[in-house]
Design a protein around this ligand. Structure first.
Ligand code: GLU
Length: 434
């Protein structure tokens, strides 16, 4: 199975964890809104955390016991929603942070979901397809009681894809009958939505298009660097190229490449899909991941793992704009450095929300037993992304905040509104904002 790009150069775990990044921004926004201390504990912590063993008998006859997690963070606005990642560094604390990020993301783009995340601490590049299938089915068996199409709906994330979703759906169906709406990001043959695979990358580009006029940029001729040419980065790069932009640098887990005249994004995509490593792409100069980050460009798209832009490398960034395709790619210290340098950052919670928006469309289609054409999916994705971007930009301007703090503030207010309406909290906990 092809694994998502994971370039080197990630923040050392000691600097800051994914959890600290999300909690930091939650607190900054909660201060602005005036959220009471006790309400913060409720809004910050998870509703439910499930940890399960996922044993796998290996070829040598020994059993390796992986750990699987599903964290449901907040369900005030609807069923829990979020991906499942397969990565050796997955742990409960990271999944908690990512679940919380999903709560703010779904609220910000106004889809009727809460936030969740799952993960297994395995390295799919070391497993054959049969083993991955076994792990996936075993994980679903163990969390089946807490998920459901009106309860919690998994989706792809780092190193999981439509095939993994198909196994999940099939396993859940053995227990509860055919239930396409149990997962999103499925193959089209099983009720997946047209446009879902491209959706996160497409959403990144939609954010760039909204933000570009603020810096007098146009897609045509803009120079782009993509850190992590996987599903998100690959689609974003190809769509940018279709709009006339030049992808001048890209990276994957194996290394980084540079081509000042522009790399052929379609050829690069075909190379990666065929199992090729980026440094082997013909005609490009091989550079280090640090050099990639320092390339002079109009837009840098981090689309790999969390913590890639950190205190030690943020000053080297030579982009005018960053559009965060990954979750938590920028540490809070790096964010300050970038702000001082005048780099405009479109935050993850907004920039990569295209995926969950089209997941919502997929879920709606499944519940209605019908399928939309791709144009309808893309048009509706565009409408929602633009609306969310403009609301965030408006708030940021009015309140003198960054796009990130404005995003969190809007999202927290929406979740608080639903929690108040359900009678969970009062106006004294989170002040009402019409
Ligand atoms: N894993 C994606 C994300 O982080 C998509 C989640 C979903 O579609 O539920 O937003």
């Amino acid at each position: 199975m092809a694994t998502q790009a994971q370039p080197e150069g990630r923040s050392p775990r000691a600097e800051v964890s994914n959890r600290e990044i999300v909690d930091h921004w939650f607190d900054v926004a909660a201060d602005r809104i005036g959220v009471a201390d006790d309400a913060r504990v409720v809004l910050r912590s998870s509703y439910r955390e499930v940890a399960v063993q996922v044993p796998l008998r290996q070829a040598d006859g020994r059993i390796h016991c992986y750990q699987g997690f599903r964290v449901q963070h907040n369900g005030a606005r609807g069923p829990y929603k979020g991906g499942v990642r397969y990565h050796p560094e997955v742990d409960l604390d990271e999944v908690r942070a990512l679940a919380s990020l999903m709560t703010w993301k779904t609220a910000l783009v106004d889809v009727p979901f809460g936030g969740a995340k799952g993960g297994i601490d395995c390295d799919p590049s070391e497993l054959v397809s049969d083993e991955l299938q076994k792990i996936t089915r075993s994980f679903i068996d163990k969390i089946a009681k807490v998920i459901g199409p009106q309860r919690d709906i998994p989706a792809p994330d780092v190193n999981t894809n439509a095939q993994v979703m198909a196994w999940m759906m099939d396993e859940y169906g053995k227990l509860y009958g055919h239930t396409p709406a149990i997962v999103t990001g499925k193959p089209i043959s099983l009720g997946g939505s047209l446009g879902r695979e491209a959706a996160t990358g497409r959403g990144v580009v939609l954010c760039f298009r909204e933000a570009a006029p603020l810096l007098d940029l146009r897609p045509d001729g803009a120079t782009v660097v993509i850190q992590g040419f996987g599903n998100v980065g690959g689609w974003a790069g190809r769509i940018m190229a279709q709009l006339g932009a030049k992808v001048i640098g890209a990276s994957d887990a194996h290394g980084a490449i540079h081509g000042e005249a522009g790399l052929d994004a379609e050829a690069l995509w075909a190379h990666v899909r065929a199992g090729g490593r980026l440094p082997d792409f013909p005609g490009a100069d091989v550079i280090t991941p640090a050099e990639l980050l320092a390339l002079e460009c109009d837009v840098l798209i981090p689309a790999a793992l969390g913590g890639m832009i950190h205190a030690a490398n943020a000053d080297a960034v030579n982009a005018r704009m960053i559009v965060e395709g990954a979750n938590s790619p920028t540490t809070p210290r790096a964010d300050e450095i970038l702000a001082d340098k005048g780099v405009l950052v479109v935050p993850d919670v907004l920039a990569n929300a295209g995926g969950v928006i089209v997941s919502y469309f997929e879920w709606v289609q499944n519940l209605q037993h019908l399928a939309w054409d791709e144009r309808k999916v893309n048009d509706r994705l565009g409408t929602r992304m633009r609306k969310a971007f403009r609301a965030v930009h408006h708030r940021a301007r009015e309140e003198g905040e960054s796009l990130r703090v404005a995003s969190y503030a809007l999202a927290i207010e929406r979740v608080a509104q639903a929690a108040r309406d359900r009678g969970y909290i009062t106006e004294a906990d989170v002040p009402y904002k019409p």
